[in-house]
Design a protein around this ligand. Structure first.
Ligand SMILES: Nc1nc2c(ncn2[C@@H]2O[C@@H]3COP(=O)(O)O[C@H]4[C@@H](O)[C@H](n5cnc6c(=O)[nH]c(N)nc65)O[C@@H]4COP(=O)(O)O[C@H]3[C@H]2O)c(=O)[nH]1
Length: 946
């Protein structure tokens, strides 16, 4: 009381003025510290945001570079195979090159080779003058010359590089923006023979990028290392093919290491961008994935705004407190004066004190309000937040964190140590056992000064949260923020999954299989852990796909993949290598017999009938396997050896499993040589036809011949069709060969009397392309000038098994044209009788396996009886095949069979002998009498025996 009176008396009180200065100074220092702390926090958040976005961009550029590399690898593989053919075929002049690779047969081969490789648009062959001589797009080849193209100049000159990736240009065959991967074919003396071209349309890259680059400000660019722009999303068509940088700039962007991320000014849109550049490992190209800084920092701007608001509120709070303190000091001063001047005016002083108390109360209310506003701002943040002091006790947290964890309001309390926090989290209804401990352990570590930075907190229910731990103030307090990143992680996982899995079946793709194979082979070589690679090929899938259409083919492949998945263990890898090729990597093998057991299981499972779209389908599977480390120590060797074993399995009749043996290496070379020879045989005229007579009953008159193909091989001599037709069907060569057979058979028929027909065998592969078959038949008939009714086409019953509307339509159109249709090998397929009603056949040929056992075998007798009876009802001719004895003939005559064919009447014979046979028979008919016919049979039987 005295102190106040004294100060008030001399009018210059030093104590209150010192308090005022101290109060204002501490308010200013506190405000400054808060502002500095917030600025530092904002800067750290910005750096973290850039780092996270940069990592995302780097990951994406890596995945896209891998995928582009794969596309180019598939072209390179196909080109190398063609260049190997140049070397193996000892092609050493440009003329020989043009002849070998400019043929229709090679056109079909090109088409087949890119079948199932959607990333390649076209394969082409160019001669040494730049003239296009073949391409996979079709036949005939348009007159196109690429002699003026940059890649032709570079590859045709001296010291040419092994290959060139062209500038983007409009393809002269398709008109679309395209880049070419061109390789030079040289003779052994270095002479230019021509080029092998692989084309990729740029729109395929741009489509892919547009699907991926959905985030704002994202751009994906494919560039050549010399800075030429190949493709970009968002598209900038006007600068495609132009240099948008230099080789130096490209190097500079890569300088930061494999996954370098930098901030650069884009040379394309002049915007400041966060860029990640990834070079392709084997080609002079790179992927640049970038995001505008504006878009990259969008999230950060929101956080910074919330922080600024929070700082503003805190600063306001501090200012309020200072003002309040000043007022209080002033009030104290006034009160002291009042005490001094009016000591006896107790009542007035009491009133003043009361007023002061009210004022203080109001100021406190104001401060509480500001606190609440601050808390509300914190709660409004999208991220969950909590702050800990240096001793690891909870200081502050926001409502977002509460909501995220679905905790009751009182669960988190200021001052809580970690043990209490873990106990509180364990009471959350959505956290599972272990989730709380998984969070608190790294937080505790952070409080000891260990782990600061970001980590992902995964919940047992599949959700993930990015937790960022960072220092908050110098006194050792620190902040943990929580953001749900489940969707973002899922999207990243999905991109990774897409790059490693087959889109149709979801199985591992070739890239992933190679990776796992490499790891397993390395483990086998280093630690003796055995693994095996099984290569699978679906028998006859191509025919099903071609005849029933791709949707059915796709559904079938998906079902195959599902069954495959059921047969293997989790540790194994089931993969689709493309088309109908699958593979299984079996690991952890203790006995080699386990491989055979798995192969048997796969054969049984995949051969069970399939029900697709209400239709029953049958497939077989052939399997080849190789075991590591015995059969190969690297992934490549294992794959090659399993492939050889697969070829052996297919060659031995399909539907079986073969284990790799060293001798297969040699056999494989022989098979590849046979394939090359088959291609050459057509051009060199090594095929010819034999003709086997068809006789009517009961008069035994020759009514036609079946044309049967033979190959006069320069080294192996005469080859029967069974030894090369399956390979011709597999490679598609059966189409040009079948066309030759039709023309040749119709040409020969012109020399026979008018009542004699010629029968020609059709392969299911020919039947699969109806329009091409119709053209081929038209062409053969037009060239011979003979009526269509003299041509009979034999279609095997197994081809009909895959019958569809399209096949039926082709048969109807052939029938409308007047061609006769015969069902061959009747009785060897399923539900044969149904086909006779549905398909427009004129004739049925009973398979020789039923005729062989006549007349003694009761079952064969019953089948022959039933077929002849049914065909009689339907008005169809019946030909019995493979008649060898008089006994068989007598039984067939008893059943009223209408036609016969077999060694008893004549073996397949050269055209001149067939001609002599019909002319002799005609002469004898003019003489009249069955004696003549009997002679025909006797003569033919002699020939058969000879
Ligand atoms: N045991 C016995 N066999 C007899 C008798 N009479 C004829 N054969 C043989 O039975 C086969 C009849 O032809 P296929 O059933 O159409 O069966 C043919 C046909 O499916 C196919 N083929 C032949 N030429 C062609 C062709 O130009 N194109 C197509 N796609 N396939 C052809 O090759 C198969 C085998 O032809 P080839 O070896 O010439 O064998 C011929 C013929 O020599 C007999 O009394 N007893």
């Amino acid at each position: 009381m005295r102190r106040f009176r004294h100060g008030g008396a001399d009018g210059a009180s030093p104590a209150p003025s010192r308090s005022v200065v101290a109060l204002v100074a501490s308010g200013a220092v506190l405000g400054l510290l808060v502002a500095l702390g917030a600025a530092s926090l904002a800067w750290n958040l910005r750096q973290r945001q850039l780092q996270e976005n940069g990592e995302d961009l780097a990951r994406l550029s890596f995945v896209l570079a891998e995928q582009t590399e794969q596309s180019l690898q598939s072209i390179t593989l196909l080109q190398r195979r063609i260049l190997e053919e140049v070397r193996n075929g000892q092609i050493d002049t440009p003329e020989a090159f043009r002849q070998r690779f400019g043929s229709p047969a090679f056109n079909q081969a090109l088409h087949d080779r890119i079948d199932g490789l959607p990333q390649i648009n076209e394969l082409g062959i160019v001669d040494n003058t730049g003239q296009l001589v073949n391409f996979s797009r079709g036949w005939p080849i348009p007159a196109v010359n690429v002699g003026d193209r940059d890649y032709f100049h570079r590859l045709s000159g001296e010291a040419a590089p092994p290959y060139v990736i062209s500038r983007p240009m409009r393809s002269r065959s398709s008109g679309n923006w395209t880049i070419f991967l061109a390789r030079r074919a040289s003779a052994p003396d270095g002479t230019l023979l021509g080029l092998v071209l692989g084309a990729i349309e740029l729109s395929s890259f741009e489509k892919l990028y547009s699907r991926i680059a959905t985030e704002e400000g994202l751009a994906i660019t494919l560039v050549r290392r010399d800075g030429v722009l190949l493709a970009r999303f968002p598209a900038r068509g006007e600068i495609t093919g132009q240099a948008v940088g230099t080789a130096e700039r490209f190097q500079q962007l890569l300088a930061g290491g494999e996954h370098s991320v930098t901030i650069q000014n884009s040379l394309i849109d002049d915007q400041s961008r966060l860029m990640a550049v990834q070079a392709l490992p084997s080609y002079p190209m790179g992927i640049n994935v970038s995001q505008t800084l504006h878009a990259a920092l969008a999230e950060w701007r929101q956080e910074a705004a919330a922080l600024a608001l929070a700082v503003l509120l805190i600063e306001g709070g501090i200012a309020g407190m200072v003002v309040l303190g000043l007022r209080q000091l002033r009030a104290q001063g006034r009160l002291a004066e009042a005490w001094a001047e009016r000591a006896e005016a107790g009542r007035a002083a009491a009133l003043a004190e009361l007023a002061l108390a009210r004022e203080r109360e109001a100021a406190e209310r104001e401060a509480r309000l500001k606190d609440r506003r601050f808390a509300r701002a914190l709660d409004a943040m999208g991220q969950g937040l909590c702050m800990f002091d240096a001793a690891g006790r909870l200081l502050v947290h926001n409502a977002t964190l509460h909501a995220m964890l679905q905790l009751p309001p009182e669960a988190l309390q200021a001052g809580m140590p970690f043990e209490a926090l873990e106990a509180a989290l364990s009471r959350s209804t959505i956290l599972r056992p272990g989730d709380a401990a998984a969070l608190v352990a790294p937080l505790r570590e952070a409080s000891r000064g260990g782990r600061q930075g970001s980590f992902v907190w995964r919940w047992a229910d599949g959700r993930s949260f990015a937790v960022t731990v960072q220092p908050a103030t110098e006194e050792g307090s620190w902040l943990a923020s929580f953001e749900e990143v489940t969707e973002r992680l899922r999207a990243e996982q999905q991109i990774l999954h897409m790059a490693q899995h087959d889109a149709l079946t979801g199985l591992a793709n070739r890239t992933l299989l190679h990776e796992r194979l490499r790891q397993a082979a390395a483990a086998a070589a280093a630690r003796g852990e055995r693994c095996a690679l099984l290569c699978l090929d679906l028998d006859h899938f191509k025919v099903v796909n071609d005849t029933l259409g791709h949707p059915v083919g796709d559904a079938l492949l998906q079902e195959v993949a599902r069954r495959l998945g059921c047969c293997v263990r989790d540790a194994d890898t089931a993969a689709r290598l493309g088309g109908d090729e699958f593979a299984v990597l079996q690991t952890g093998i203790s006995q080699p017999g386990e491989v055979a057991q798995l192969a048997q299981r796969l054969i049984e499972e995949l051969s069970r009938p399939y029900e697709i779209g209400g239709r029953q389908l049958a497939l077989g599977v052939s399997i080849g396997s190789a075991l590591a480390p015995e059969d190969g120590e690297t992934g490549e060797t294992l794959l090659r050896h399993a492939d050889f074993a697969l070829y052996s399995a297919k060659a031995e009749g399909r539907g079986r499993h073969r284990v790799f043996e060293p001798a297969m290496n040699t056999r494989m070379q022989a098979r590849l040589a046979l394939e090359a020879e088959l291609r050459r045989a057509l051009e060199e005229g090594e095929f010819h036809l034999l003709f086997q007579p068809l006789l009517s009953l009961p008069d035994r008159q020759v009514v036609g011949f079946e044309a049967l193909l033979r190959w006069r091989h320069p080294r192996h001599g005469l080859m029967a069709p069974d030894s090369f037709i399956p390979l011709a069907e597999e490679t598609g060569l059966i189409v040009p060969i079948g066309h030759w057979v039709l023309r040749e058979a119709c040409r020969e028929m012109r020399r026979w009397p008018g009542h004699c027909r010629v029968a020609v065998n059709l392969s299911p592969v020919q039947l699969a392309d109806g329009p091409a078959l119709l053209r081929s038949v038209e062409d053969a008939l037009a060239a011979s000038g003979e009526p269509a009714g003299r041509l009979e086409l034999e279609i095997t019953e197994s081809a009909m098994l895959r019958g569809t509307e399209e096949v039926l339509d082709t048969l109807r159109r052939l029938k409308e044209r007047g061609v006769r249709l015969a069902m061959d090998d009747f009785g060897t397929g399923y539900s044969s009788l149904g086909y006779l009603r549905t398909f427009p056949f004129d004739k049925v040929k009973i398979d020789r396996s039923f005729v062989r056992d006549l007349p003694h075998d009761g079952e064969s007798r019953a089948i022959v009886h039933a077929v002849i009876g049914l065909c009689g009802t339907l008005g169809l001719t019946v030909t019995a095949e493979g008649v060898e004895t008089e006994e068989q003939l007598a039984q067939l005559q008893r059943e009223n069979c209408s036609e016969v064919q077999g060694y008893l009447f004549g073996a397949p014979q050269p055209a001149e002998e067939a001609l002599r046979l019909v002319r002799g028979a005609a002469a004898r008919r003019q003489d009249g009498g069955a004696a003549g016919t009997a002679q025909v049979a006797g003569l033919a039987a002699d020939e058969a025996r000879a």
